[in-house]
Ligand binder design. Structure first.
Ligand SMILES: *[C@@H]1O[C@H](CO)[C@@H](O)[C@H](O)[C@H]1NC(C)=O
Ligand SMILES: *[C@@H]1O[C@H](CO)[C@@H](O)[C@H](O)[C@H]1NC(C)=O
Ligand SMILES: *[C@@H]1O[C@H](CO)[C@@H](O)[C@H](O)[C@H]1NC(C)=O
Ligand SMILES: *[C@@H]1O[C@H](CO)[C@@H](O)[C@H](O)[C@H]1NC(C)=O
Ligand SMILES: *[C@@H]1O[C@H](CO)[C@@H](O)[C@H](O)[C@H]1NC(C)=O
Ligand SMILES: *[C@@H]1O[C@H](CO)[C@@H](O)[C@H](O)[C@H]1NC(C)=O
Ligand SMILES: *[C@@H]1O[C@H](CO)[C@@H](O)[C@H](O)[C@H]1NC(C)=O
Ligand SMILES: *[C@@H]1O[C@H](CO)[C@@H](O)[C@H](O)[C@H]1NC(C)=O
Ligand SMILES: *[C@@H]1O[C@H](CO)[C@@H](O)[C@H](O)[C@H]1NC(C)=O
Length: 888
């Protein structure tokens, strides 16, 4: 062979490489695209776009990356709404492929055997699809693999030990939320470079192989939610880099090994819901990074470890064990230690219920001002509830029921103004119910039953207008039920039985339809409830009732005085400074704690405080159009023709109003930053000491919830209006999430907080719980929102993201189409896009949509369903939703 012919041969081979291989690749991709049917995200994948001169047109296609030679190295199509399977994708056509990312699609069928030919592959992500079948053994051929994500599919079968023999480079292995069975092979110990091993939520059984201790580079280990049995291997202590260990919800038994304290970097240890026994290793207290410790629902005995000696715990649960001894005094350190590390790390949740804990509640607990959740129910705690409890100013949930607490309920309970649930039942509390409980901002549950409480029911409880559940039964309460209880329109359940109460029941719909058992075994109650004697009208005028009435008069009088004073100052303010400049004043409102702050936006130059007072006849009930936990809303017809909605924040005394002021300021802060046609217009506010109100545009038709629940009104909401309403809400949320800096999260999207104007245009309202999403903070927060609309992940993460609003929007959008809250339907949707027929969802009070609107309605439902995805990352953003609905 001559030199020239050799050179020619080389040239031929070279040009073959450049031209032929890429053609293979383009063809393979196009064949796959064809098998997938219509895919809008693959529009750029067309043969016509292939650049003739280089034949590497596929390198320009959406989701495709090539190397210098024009050969495909990456296929990246996450969340591309791909629907179909992988059986038509010819893997052997991609000799250079390094990364394949098809996460978050709707792909079905098995992962083909041929995937084993992608010998250069380092990253394989097929997570969050609907793949089924077994894990192909050919995956063992991918010896360069460093990342393998197959989580959230329907893959079944056993983990073949042969898979693990060649994956020495593997760093991330995620197979969670599948249908795997069998045992964890001991060969797992060969993956010594592994940083993450996630096998949680499968059907894996057997024991945890001790070889897991060989994975010395492991950072995260998640084996929870399986059927694992036997002991936790002490070799776990060798994992010196591990930060997260999830072994919860298995059938593990034996002790939690003492060696765990050698895992010095442990941040999050969850072993709850197993059959672990023996003492809790006291060495846990020495772990200086531990933030989350969940030991609940095991058989642990002995004393609790002295947590928070070194660790900034945020969550500590040990309920339902056999733990004894006192509440560790070291808990008080949780605050002082963590404040050095940043206040957002402070302890937020303690649950030690259902143990045999004895001793008193340490008064130092009151220093945990960031604590949100404190459950010590069902123990043998005795002594008094220390007044220091009032220091828990962020507490939302306090359950001390079924203990041996005695003495008075301290007045300072009212300082925990964020309390939503207050449960002190089944103790030996005596004395009277502190009237300060009436100061709580928005409690939903109040249970003081089965104590030895005496005296009158304080009329101040009547101001808890959002309270849903009230139980004061089995005490020794006397006097009458305060007539102010007729304001408690939020009540769904009440029990006042087994007391010494007398006199009339409050007169409102709830009490008229209440069950007699709620009032049985009292001294002499009367009223219109069936089974009670009717009241004697004359005796009603005197007695306890009259006294209660007088007290109320005094409170209202004080508030009125404040109002008059603020009026005088406002007049001065307006005269002196002329136009009130809103922005600067709202800043003042956020910085100044005392003093008088006013801002009334220039509204046709004529908005005057006086007009508001006149228009509402000093906030007469006649003008009240709505009530919430913290406020009443009044309609004010202004002299110049505008109608305003005035939200008047509840009148409070002294320091207890701080929480209310926070909500008030928060709403001002958020609303003064945003302007959008689908967000309620905000004109200004007035704040003077106890007296505060916000001024908005009046929205004629009231809340969407009202319109949907009214069979007559709802007739006017035809399909086209409903689609528009959903679009409006999506637009407003998209604006808040993506066009505002920092982004604003509403946190309480529900049909009650969406208002409709005369044209049925939707306006989002009620920004009291809204949050700015600040990148520098952890955005870790207390739960907010309305039951039935709250994203499921908020139950355990408490982290604010846009995706929780997206979820609430999904619920709301379905509600608009169905005409009622989707309730249980949501949980049955867990396997996305199950065959729900559109017809099954439509509000039957309307004729079905005409062909013209059917597509729009279907599009709303489709978007709503995607917003309800259980995995927050798989939910679309509001921008995507609003654009999709626009096109529909
Ligand atoms: C796919 O798109 C074409 C053209 O846009 C259309 O004619 C066809 O009906 C679509 N097929 C499906 C299954 O949606
Ligand atoms: C083909 O690619 C070359 C180099 O990238 C470019 O200059 C040329 O315009 C492309 N031709 C077509 C038809 O796209
Ligand atoms: C794949 O896509 C997901 C979702 O967008 C992304 O989080 C991930 O970083 C991508 N890459 C790999 C290698 O998984
Ligand atoms: C994959 O999709 C193609 C085309 O839609 C279909 O014909 C084939 O049956 C599917 N294969 C599997 C295993 O689901
Ligand atoms: C995996 O590798 C073996 C030997 O290295 C080979 O025989 C087999 O064909 C490969 N499997 C695939 C699917 O490439
Ligand atoms: C997953 O496993 C469960 C129980 O083992 C079985 O009932 C179910 O059919 C399996 N699902 C799939 C998709 O394999
Ligand atoms: C409440 O009980 C304590 C002891 O448990 C007792 O000392 C106190 O006198 C009682 N107070 C009232 C008002 O009954
Ligand atoms: C009243 O409540 C009792 C106990 O909760 C229940 O058994 C009874 O059925 C109720 N009666 C009515 C009329 O709802
Ligand atoms: C109601 O009160 C009046 C006057 O106090 C008394 O004469 C009458 O007997 C009472 N009626 C009932 C039903 O108690």
């Amino acid at each position: 062979m001559s030199i020239t012919s050799l050179a020619l041969l080389a040239c031929y081979l070279l040009s073959f490489n450049v031209e032929a291989t890429p053609n293979f690749e383009a063809e393979a991709l196009l064949r796959w695209k064809e098998s997938l049917g219509n895919q809008t995200s693959l529009q750029s994948w067309t043969p016509g776009k292939i650049n003739e001169s280089l034949t590497t047109g596929q390198c320009m296609w959406f989701g495709i990356t090539c190397n210098m030679a024009g050969s495909v190295t990456e296929i990246s199509l996450p969340s591309a709404r791909l629907r179909g399977n992988l059986s038509s994708l010819d893997f052997s056509s991609f000799p250079s492929l390094v990364s394949l990312n098809l996460s978050c699609n709707l792909l079905t069928g098995p992962i083909p055997f041929q995937i084993g030919t992608l010998s250069r592959l380092t990253h394989l992500n097929l997570s969050m699809n609907f793949h089924s079948g077994n894990l192909a053994l050919s995956l063992a051929n991918l010896t360069n693999l460093s990342l393998l994500y197959m989580g959230n599919n329907l893959i079944s079968g056993e983990l073949d030990p042969r898979l693990f023999s060649n994956w020495s480079r593997l760093e991330f292995l995620e197979l969670q939320n599948n249908n795997f069975t069998g045992v964890i092979p001991s060969q797992i110990g060969l993956l010594t470079n592994l940083k993450e091993l996630a096998l949680m939520n499968n059907h894996i059984f057997g024991s945890i192989p001790p070889e897991i201790g060989n994975l010395i580079n492991l950072d995260g280990l998640a084996l929870s939610g399986n059927h694992l049995m036997g002991p936790i291997p002490p070799s776990l202590g060798n994992l010196s880099k591990v930060t997260v260990v999830y072994l919860h919800q298995n059938r593990l038994s034996g002790p939690l090994p003492q060696t765990i304290q050698n895992a010095k970097n442990l941040k999050d240890l969850r072993v709850f819901k197993n059959q672990l026994s023996g003492p809790v290793p006291q060495g846990l207290a020495n772990l200086s990074s531990l933030e989350n410790l969940q030991l609940n629902e095991n058989n642990f005995s002995g004393h609790l470890p002295p947590v928070c000696q070194k660790a900034p715990l945020r969550v500590f649960t040990a309920f339902s064990n056999n733990l004894s001894g006192p509440i560790p005094k070291s808990l008080r350190n949780c605050k002082s230690l963590t404040s050095e590390l940043g206040k957002l790390n402070q302890l937020g949740l303690i649950d030690l219920s259902s143990n045999q804990i004895v001793g008193e509640i340490p008064k130092e607990l009151g220093r945990l001002s960031k604590l949100i959740f404190l459950h010590l129910r069902d123990n043998q705690i005795s002594g008094q509830l220390p007044p220091e409890i009032g220091g828990l100013s962020n507490l939302e949930d306090l359950d001390l029921s079924a203990n041996r607490l005695s003495g008075q309920i301290p007045e300072q309970v009212g300082d925990c103004s964020r309390l939503r649930n207050l449960c002190l039942s089944k103790n030996y509390f005596n004395g009277t119910i502190p009237h300060t409980i009436g100061d709580l901002a928005h409690p939903g549950l109040l249970d003081l039953s089965q104590n030895r409480l005496t005296g009158d029911i304080p009329p101040q409880l009547g101001s808890l207008i959002m309270l849903e559940y009230l139980n004061l039964s089995h005490n020794v309460l006397s006097g009458s039920i305060p007539s102010l209880f007729n304001q408690m329109t939020g009540l769904t359940s009440i029990d006042l039985s087994y007391n010494e109460l007398e006199g009339p029941l409050p007169d409102n719909d709830f009490f008229r339809h209440a069950n007699l058992t709620a009032f049985s075994n009292n001294k002499d109650l009367c009223g219109i409830v069936e089974g009670l004697r009717p009241c004697n009208v004359t005796s009603l005028e005197n007695g306890a009732h009259g006294i209660a009435g007088r007290k109320v008069f005094i409170i209202v009088g004080a508030c009125l005085f404040g109002m008059l004073l603020s009026f005088a100052i406002l007049v001065g303010f307006l005269t002196l400074s002329g136009r009130a400049e809103f922005k600067s004043n709202s800043k003042e409102a956020t910085t100044s704690n005392s003093g008088n702050i006013f801002s009334v936006l220039n509204f046709d130059g004529k908005i005057v405080y006086e007009d508001i007072i006149t228009a509402t006849n000093d906030f007469d009930d006649m003008y009240c159009i709505g009530m919430g936990g913290t406020a009443r809303v009044y309609k004010a017809q202004m002299p110049i023709g505008h109608i305003l909605a005035i939200k008047r924040v509840r009148c409070l005394e002294g320091e207890e109003e701080e929480e209310m002021v926070e909500t008030f300021k928060n709403e001002i802060r958020v609303l003064s930053d945003i302007r959008h046609r689908n967000i309620v217009k905000f004109y200004g506010f007035c704040s003077h000491g106890q007296h505060k109100f916000l001024i908005y545009d009046y929205i004629e038709r009231g809340s969407l919830a009202n319109v949907l629940s009214n069979d007559e009104e709802v007739q006017k909401l035809d399909w086209s209006k409903r689609v528009d309403i959903v679009r409006d809400i999506a637009n407003a949320l998209s604006y808040m999430h993506h066009d505002c800096t920092p982004p604003i999260i509403h946190r309480d999207i529900s049909s009650k907080n969406v208002l409709l104007n005369s044209e049925f245009e939707a306006c989002i309202s009620d920004f009291g719980t809204a949050r700015f999403l600040k990148p520098e903070s952890s955005n870790w927060t207390a739960m907010a929102g309305t039951y039935g609309y709250v994203a499921p992940e908020l139950a355990y993460t408490m982290r604010v993201t846009q995706k929780s609003d997206v979820y609430s929007f999904g619920v709301l959008a379905l509600e608009v189409i169905m005409g009622k809250h989707p309730a249980e339907l949501i949980s049955s949707l867990s396997t996305l896009e199950q065959s729900i027929e559109l017809k099954e969802l439509l509000d039957l009070r309307l004729p079905p949509p005409t062909v013209l609107f059917e597509k729009d309605v279907a599009s709303v439902v489709k978007q709503a369903l995607s917003c309800l995805h259980i995995t927050p990352n798989c939910r679309p953003t509001m921008r995507v939703v609003s654009q999709a609905l626009l096109k529909a």
